[in-house]
Design a protein around this ligand. Structure first.
Ligand SMILES: NC(=O)c1ccc[n+]([C@@H]2O[C@H](COP(=O)([O-])OP(=O)(O)OC[C@H]3O[C@@H](n4cnc5c(N)ncnc54)[C@H](O)[C@@H]3O)[C@@H](O)[C@H]2O)c1
Length: 256
């Protein structure tokens, strides 16, 4: 078991990659706090982990609000008895607008993609210091490594998360807290449809997806578990000398 006796917090843990991470971390021996805005989803994941013989608890929070990020991490620490691992996975595609964008849409995207990572990490670091070390994992995207014509705002936020990773890795290194980021490519979760076009019909979205598929050397979508396994490695002591890195988990998309 690679996370035996570790205490792990996963944000946006009620669906997709976050859910896969909660279930995988628990199978590998961690006690997991599932943080999400979706109470029903959180309860389902907690029940699934327990049914499989693992340990989990839930924390409901709207992570687009910075004070909720702190509160959620602190609640999770209290329920778990500390924090060794934070996978700050929350994020949204948000609007694809540029010229006529509303400031509320801009702020929602930045809040969930960047502010939530920043505040969750800051709160978690305080708990990790008490345990002598820790691992913070962010989720960016291939759009945080290369530009995105479809999603310039999302891409700007995810580049921000990649930069934040490097800076916090330096800031927290003296405390033996490592900070790394996974950069998923197209992943088969409910969010995928939004990336393929916010205001287009399903046919147009399918055409966009088919076009992207031709750019993926391994020629398939990622499974949520593919990303969760990268997060598992970063959370475990197997990566104990790795900090400040961005790991594309993208079937080779950014290798071109
Ligand atoms: N799916 C992809 O193709 C893809 C690719 C690259 C990066 N990502 C990144 O992965 C992360 C999540 O993706 P997923 O595909 O696992 O998503 P998903 O759609 O399966 O799940 C998203 C989760 O976020 C939760 N959520 C939404 N708003 C929230 C809020 N305000 N507060 C708390 N929780 C909230 C939802 O309830 C849901 O459980 C995001 O950071 C996203 O940018 C996704």
């Amino acid at each position: 078991m690679r996370l035996k006796n570790k205490l792990a917090v996963v944000t946006a843990g009620a669906s997709g990659m976050g859910r896969a991470g909660c279930e995988l971390f628990a199978r590998e021996g961690a006690k997991v706090a599932v943080v999400d805005i979706n109470e029903k989803g959180v309860n389902e994941v907690v029940a699934a982990v327990k049914a499989a013989g693992g340990e989990a608890c839930g924390v409901i929070a709207d992570l687009s609000k910075h004070e909720e990020c702190r509160r959620a991490v602190n609640d999770a620490a209290e329920k778990l008895g500390g924090i060794d691992i934070l996978w700050s996975h929350a994020g949204i595609p948000g609007t694809s607008d540029v010229e006529d964008i509303k400031i509320e849409d801009f702020e929602l995207s930045m809040n969930l993609n960047v502010t939530s990572a920043f505040f969750s990490a800051g709160a978690a670091a305080k708990h990790m210091r008490k345990r002598g070390k820790g691992s913070i994992i962010f989720t960016a995207s291939v759009s945080g490594l290369v530009g995105s014509q479809l999603s310039p705002l999302y891409s700007a936020g995810k580049f921000g998360v990649v930069g934040l990773t490097k800076s916090l890795a330096l800031r927290f290194a003296p405390d033996q807290i490592r900070v790394n980021v996974v950069c998923p490519g197209l992943t088969n979760t409910p969010m995928l449809r939004q990336f393929m076009g916010r205001n287009v019909d399903d046919k147009a979205a399918a055409e966009t997806q088919a076009r992207f598929m031709t750019m993926i050397p391994l020629a398939r979508l990622a499974r949520p578990e593919d990303i969760a396994h990268a997060a598992l490695w970063l959370g475990s002591d197997d990566s104990s000398y790795v900090t400040g890195v961005s790991i594309p988990v993208d079937g080779g998309f950014v290798a071109k």
